[in-house]
Design a protein around this ligand. Structure first.
Ligand SMILES: *Cc1c(COP(=O)(O)O)cnc(C)c1O
Length: 332
């Protein structure tokens, strides 16, 4: 697939490494687990939004925007990475934070990603849970236009066909790495939220006919709703790439068993996964996404979902900055 025909700004540290998790694999006694380190994309503590932002910011500059507007939950990693790249290239950045979890812990409200958003000089507006965030983005854009500015809206999580190109690119990068070292991957597992990561990966894996199935572990909604959200974006992304029809609905698989009480709300499995990866591998996960994603992977290994001789790659999507916002839960 020829993605260099799309506008893009290169600032991610790529390719990200792929490493074996020897200790975790031994401890669990199941398949060999590898980790693709997209927590190391290099932008302001890294994470998966960096790859999406290369294409989104490329498009914003092509459209001569001077202000980027985006939104997310209070501890959004997407918002933090957007604020960082805007600071670096001199775009104004307006962010709208939804108080989605209802947590009143001052660490949650001001530490972690929020502290970093402020350091990057973004202008921050906070709105209550349940606000129509797309309408809020439109309102901000109109305001900016009225004042003579040129806004560029990035949807929540950077999840539209332009952003998903970042993960089409990641799928191709990963397949190249596996081929180079003669490593056969049987499964790719990742946390799935606003859907751009999984949609891009599935479009890339299927578009290149790699035969590597992608399993998304839900962090917000249940299986069916998540699969529909991902498949809808797969269809729009493959259309954008002019490879419409290349992905069947059954290539989109999500598991909704590890969401717990809701988005951003801790689960025992998440706490165990964060602690286990820290103690066994010296790797930092996060409490909202990669912690729940890894909790799903660990539980599926324990249940015998994967065979012993298989190789499973976990995509680490980043988010460690949010650990500091969950100090009271993780340090207890
Ligand atoms: C946003 C995010 C995800 C989920 O990716 P989507 O493309 O929104 O599905 C996973 N992990 C981390 C750390 C994130 O910030």
């Amino acid at each position: 697939m020829h993605i260099s025909r799309f506008p893009r700004l290169h600032f991610a540290h790529l390719p990200t490494p792929i490493e074996p998790l020897e200790n975790l694999s031994k401890l669990l006694g199941g398949p060999q687990i590898y980790i693709k380190r997209d927590d190391c994309t290099g932008l302001a503590t890294g994470g998966n939004k960096t790859r999406k932002l290369e294409f989104l910011i490329g498009e914003a500059l092509q459209k001569n925007a001077d202000t980027v507007i985006t939104q997310g939950a209070t501890q959004s990693n997407h918002v933090r990475q957007t604020a960082a790249i805007c600071a670096r290239i001199g775009l104004r950045c307006e962010i709208i934070l939804e108080h989605r979890t209802g947590s009143e812990d001052p660490e949650y409200l001001e530490n972690g990603n929020v502290l970093l958003d402020r350091l990057f000089g973004a202008s921050i507006k906070t709105v209550p849970a349940g606000t129509d965030m797309d309408a809020a983005l439109e309102e901000s854009a109109e305001e900016i236009q009225k004042n003579g500015g040129i806004p560029y809206i990035i949807p929540g999580g950077g999840s539209n066909p332009t952003g998903a190109l970042g993960y089409v690119n990641c799928a191709m990068e990963l397949v190249g790495q596996l081929n180079d070292r003669g490593l056969k991957a049987d499964h790719l597992v990742t946390a799935t939220g606003s859907a751009g990561t999984q949609a891009g990966l599935v479009s890339g894996m299927e578009g290149t006919r790699s035969g590597i199935p992608v399993l998304g572990i839900c962090v917000g909604v249940e299986k069916k709703a998540q699969e529909e959200k991902v498949f809808d974006l797969v269809q729009r992304t493959t259309e954008f790439l002019e490879i419409s029809g290349s992905v069947n609905r059954d290539a989109v698989v999500a598991n909704g068993d590890y969401v717990g009480p809701g988005y951003g709300k801790p689960t025992e499995g998440m706490i165990e996964a964060v602690q286990l990866l820290a103690r066994e591998e010296g790797i930092l996960l996060d409490p909202v996404y990669s912690g729940k994603g890894m909790a799903g992977l660990i539980d599926l290994v324990r249940k015998g979902h994967f065979s012993k001789g298989e190789n499973v790659v976990f995509l680490h999507t980043g988010g460690s900055a949010a650990l500091f916002a969950y100090r009271n839960i993780l340090a207890a």
